[in-house]
Unconditional design. Structure first.
Length: 421
């Protein structure tokens, strides 16, 4: 991608009088928002689908989820009009709140709908208003909810290049942004493939071992298939020892733990997120090296297994196990994450809450290699995973650089810092 320095600039500039815009080409107009746009009066239209704004785009949403009485209060936004979400500016500082509509929909009466007063290239102003949104509008507002009205933005300073330049800037940014977005998608697809590759490496290692020439036998489990002939099918009652040590009145002595997609983590009690019980008496003790399983709502729970590195407490709804001697806990972790992926153990579910009964889990036979082979498999997975993580980190840095360049390019083009015609 060509850097900003490679683009030429205009011959002369003037002070815009607005901090986020800074200097602009001397021949560009400096206009107040209210001289460029007017607020559209609310107009009901029950024939249109419901819509909203999502990350700077006006999108349709499920009409069936909106009661008719609610829809009757919605207002029309037509193709070519700008939609502004003026609610809760302090709640979400990342999402774009202004979008140019490409569709006809009805939206919440709390939104603002802006119509152009003059002839303009609306694509140029889409880019300019995105910049205005991020750099300025989020600083406005009143009250606890930081909600604004048209009056709050009416006197905002914007810039208006001559119409041919608006069109040229919009065409330039459409082209450049499409190419950058395409490059980002390619790298995101590459990250997806790397993660899939890691899953395949783990699956092969924990079900087939590291020796491709090893004699094989049927595991007796469809989703596992064949396993090395020298591996044992070990019932879990010999691998996992059920624990149920409640903390009682000693909860202040423990860190609060949680089971997440990242495994078992410590919760930040200084800056709590989510709901907490009034008392933790029924929570259970977890030690380093213990397993935490969520045996209920398995189908709906993104991750149902974790190996704790911490001493702490966790909700009594989960099941905590210690691991038998002579077993590498991390081998079991890799196997059960593999089993949890795509919910391969769903044949064991019972009841409406997709629960794996503890006795059924205890009877399940885990394919288990000798301890030295377990350790070798864990080391192999660690090495392969680290290489893949390094590759993913490189791709993520490249994506961040592309997105940063895109933002800089838009900012420079819409405020005249670079000349594109």
């Amino acid at each position: 991608m060509m850097g900003l320095a490679a683009h030429s600039s205009y011959d002369s500039y003037k002070d815009s009088g607005e901090g986020w815009i800074e200097d602009v080409p001397a021949h560009w107009e400096i206009r107040k928002l209210k001289h460029l746009f007017q607020e559209k009066k609310h107009r009901q239209n029950l024939d249109l689908n419901c819509g909203s704004i999502s990350f700077g785009e006006v999108v349709e949403k499920d009409d069936e989820r909106v009661p008719l009485a609610t829809k009757a209060s919605y207002q029309e936004v037509s193709k070519g009009e700008f939609l502004v979400n003026p609610l809760n500016l302090n709640y979400d500082l990342k999402s774009l709140r202004i979008g140019l509509s490409d569709i006809d929909v009805v939206v919440s009466a709390g939104y603002l709908v802006l119509q152009a007063k003059d002839e303009m290239d609306k694509r140029y102003f889409k880019y300019l208003l995105h910049r205005y949104d991020v750099a300025y509008m989020k600083l406005l507002g009143s009250g606890v909810r930081q909600t604004i009205s048209f009056n709050h933005i009416a006197n905002s300073i914007l810039v208006a290049p001559p119409l041919p330049e608006q069109r040229a800037i919009a065409a330039f940014l459409d082209d450049k942004c499409a190419k950058i977005d395409g490059a980002v998608r390619i790298k995101e697809d590459q990250i997806t493939l790397l993660r899939e590759r890691r899953q395949i490496i783990i699956q092969d290692a924990v079900t087939r071992g590291l020796n491709p020439a090893a004699p094989m036998k049927d595991s007796g489990i469809d989703w596992i298939g064949q396993i090395p002939a020298h591996w044992e099918n070990m019932p879990n009652k010999y691998l996992f020892r059920l624990k149920k040590d409640t903390v009682g009145k000693r909860s202040a002595e423990y860190d609060l733990l949680s089971l997440t997609l990242r495994g078992v983590i410590k919760r930040d009690m200084e800056n709590p997120e989510g709901k907490f019980p009034a008392e933790f008496d029924t929570y259970q003790e977890v030690c380093p090296g213990d397993f935490v399983f969520c045996h209920f709502d398995v189908e709906e729970t993104p991750r149902t297994v974790g190996l704790s590195e911490f001493f702490g407490m966790i909700t009594g709804a989960y099941t905590v196990y210690s691991v038998a001697q002579g077993v590498d806990p991390r081998f079991l972790l890799h196997f059960y994450i593999f089993a949890d992926t795509d919910k391969k153990m769903r044949s064991m579910y019972k009841g409406l809450r997709n629960t794996i009964p503890k006795d059924a889990f205890a009877a399940f036979k885990t394919p288990l290699p000798p301890i030295e082979e377990q350790r070798a498999i864990v080391a192999h997975i660690d090495d392969a995973s680290q290489k893949i993580e390094d590759g993913i980190a490189i791709k993520e840095r490249q994506i961040a650089a592309l997105k940063e360049y895109k933002t800089s390019l838009i900012n420079a083009a819409v405020t005249g810092k670079i000349k594109v015609i």
